[in-house]
Write a protein that binds this ligand. Structure first.
Ligand code: ATP
Length: 279
């Protein structure tokens, strides 16, 4: 039998204590190569603290956090403190913090669908474009583990789905492990292998559908539970291109979705009904 590869990261009963208070404790979880793990939980439940233990930014006060030897980690933070008044082109931004060649930067931008923005000023990018640039910057380093803190923040629903698609394709391409932190309980990508629901400790964990239907999850989120954790699933009959146009299954490209397109959850909730606009 093939031996399962060692996990990229292993947290074992890990906890962080500050000023006599446990911010999070008893967290045990692993991220394997090619696996997508999503951390969810209410505000202040310890998601970022847990991710910081996985990243090695915080050393557990109890339990342990182990990373595979030589692990290459790329981290996409929730926000970046950058002085946007300074002119900075996207390709320069990509190469600012590490030894990345021009060709590697261009490849990474192509992989996240924003190659056409290489010369654009970072400050002029839309929220969704900037997220794609941040992802490109992370994958240009060819990480074994990609840690994403709320990757869909500031991105509309259509863009959110497209970003989830992109994260899945990056995982497929690099076979890297992905640790996603979701600060909003809206849509958990269906490609998530495991959801870990935190509330100062691991409240429950498992596949997205198992977590959504678990008693612990419902107790934590009450009546909102059923509607807040929507698992995004779709049959892929069209793709939203980065320039806003839509490519259909037959290869044709139009400016908008067709009324019958079944890409998004919710019956036609985000689709035009023939009026030509994608909402
Ligand atoms: N350095 C620190 N010292 C003291 N308390 C801290 C520190 N860092 C975080 N906390 C507290 O620990 C708790 C967990 O914070 P954390 O940022 O991990 O939560 P989160 O689940 O990521 O929250 P959110 O979804 O609101 O971003 C919070 O109550 C926070 O105020």
């Amino acid at each position: 039998m093939l031996k399962r590869p060692d996990p990229l990261v292993t947290l074992d009963g890990a906890g962080i204590c500050r000023d006599g208070r446990w911010l999070v404790r008893g967290v045990s979880c692993t991220v394997d190569p090619g696996e997508i793990v999503t951390l969810i939980g209410p505000n202040g439940s310890g998601k970022s603290t847990t991710a910081k233990m996985a990243l090695g930014i915080l050393k557990p006060d109890e339990g342990s956090a182990k990373r595979r030897d030589g692990l290459r980690i790329a981290y996409v933070p929730q926000s970046l403190a950058i002085d946007w008044t300074l002119p900075l082109a996207v390709d320069r931004f990509l190469r600012l913090t590490g030894p990345i060649g021009k060709a590697e930067a261009a490849d990474a931008l192509a992989a996240t669908g924003v190659r056409h923005l290489a010369r654009a000023e970072v400050r002029t990018l839309s929220g969704g474009e900037f997220q794609r640039v941040l992802l490109a910057r992370a994958i240009a380093r060819k990480p074994d583990l990609l840690v994403l803190d709320e990757p869909v923040q500031g991105v509309d629903f259509t863009g959110e789905i497209a970003l989830y698609e992109l994260i899945k394709s990056i995982r497929d391409r690099l076979n890297c492990g992905v640790l996603l932190i979701s600060h909003d309980l809206h849509v958990v990508m269906a490609a998530t292998d495991r959801v870990i629901c935190l509330n100062g400790h691991v409240c429950c964990s498992g596949t997205p559908t198992a977590v959504a239907s678990s008693a612990e999850y419902k107790a934590l989120f009450g009546a909102r539970a059923a509607s807040t954790l929507a698992v995004y699933e779709h049959s892929h009959d069209h793709t939203h291109l980065p320039d806003g146009r839509v490519q259909h299954a037959d290869g044709t490209i139009t400016n908008h979705c067709h009324p019958g397109d079944g890409h998004h959850p919710g019956p036609d909730a985000l689709h035009n009904k023939g009026d030509g606009d994608v909402r």
